[in-house]
Write a protein that binds this ligand. Sequence first.
Ligand code: GDP
Ligand code: MN
Length: 392
Amino acid sequence: MKIQEADAKSLLLAQGLPVPPWEVARTAEEVKAAAQRFLDAGAGRVVVKAQVLVGGRGKAGGVKLASSAQEASEVGSRILGMDIKGITVRKVLVGAAAEIVKEFYLGAIIDRASRRIVLMASAEGGVEIEEVARQSPGAIHRVSADPLLGLLAFQARSLGLAVGLRDPLLNQFVAIAGGLYATMKANDADLVEVNPLAVVAETAADGTPRERLVCLDAKITLDDSGLSRHLELEALRDLDEEDPTDAQARKLGINFIHLDGSIGCMVNGAGLAMTTMDLVKHFGGEPANFLDVGGGARHETVRGAMELILADPKVKAILVNIFGGITRGDEVAAGLIEARAQQARAVPMVVRIVGTNAAQAARLLQEARFETATSLDEAAEKAVAMAKGAAR
Ligand code: GDP
Ligand code: MN
């Protein structure tokens, strides 16, 4: 689950990281009032940033500076409602603009190959890290944290040295790197990225100028499988931007993942779903999705799952493969019959139901004139032929 910059910054703050204060605004008037508060508190300029779950907002015109509350409100009204990579901006972050001296990149990811959290840093911050990785891979430095010992100070220090930092900024970097690691662990995050991690010029309370490292941007992706351990994080889900089919699948308790093929699959059990996809491929087809209706699915769930499959215009044929254990075959058949009665789009379908109440299911399906199959091979082969026939 992706979360907005403002929420990611809250999680960083909770780990003691240096994040400049901000407010979230949904209207130009709110932007103006927030900007006024930051200017009154001594800010020279304010920054207004689109809150959307995509990167490259700066390039897209979604990050702007303003010198007065009036200007901030004008900038805000331009950014609010703006389309960034297909997403409409509904809220913005307002904060005191930092005086940037230099931009670094610092990120923590899970490296699946080594099964460790890896911290990556680059002196080429501000730009997208994928770009840096393509153009100058040598400019990205990495250390990998031991799962038992955690990120050790010397590792963070060597990373900071590699990107050219020296004390006192280096000490700050070590603390920030540790904070990123802590944020990963505390929230079961997949990714915590600060880009830019900026050296900013400030004036200390006694009037002397100083430089400091601060997190100017924050991107966090949470591990969906870890969310059950952090119920408070569920509140950070941005329903404005969630794919409606994902939201629907979550409501139905269905595991649903979009793929690129033309054969919609409805299966119970993750293992059987993967086997089904393998067989579809084996017979020369491409699955349009992974869909596990779960154990004991009732007819409403089956009907909902069918709606999800049909919502994808690429689907040319549907393969239903149910192994009845706790799930009852007749219940699934009833759901399929209901779904077809309401179906807006006629898509050929082949159904294989074995196990609990398979005989009743077969009778129901036969009466309703469904195409059925007994073996999985036969079902997959038929589905592939149906999809090819429909494509022609
Ligand atoms: P992104 O483009 O979506 O990654 O959004 P960022 O938050 O990283 O902002 C993009 C760029 O805007 C940064 O790399 C900075 O150069 C600039 N920027 C962001 N915040 C500030 C700020 O407070 N002051 C200044 N001067 N520039 C900023
Ligand atoms: Mn950024």
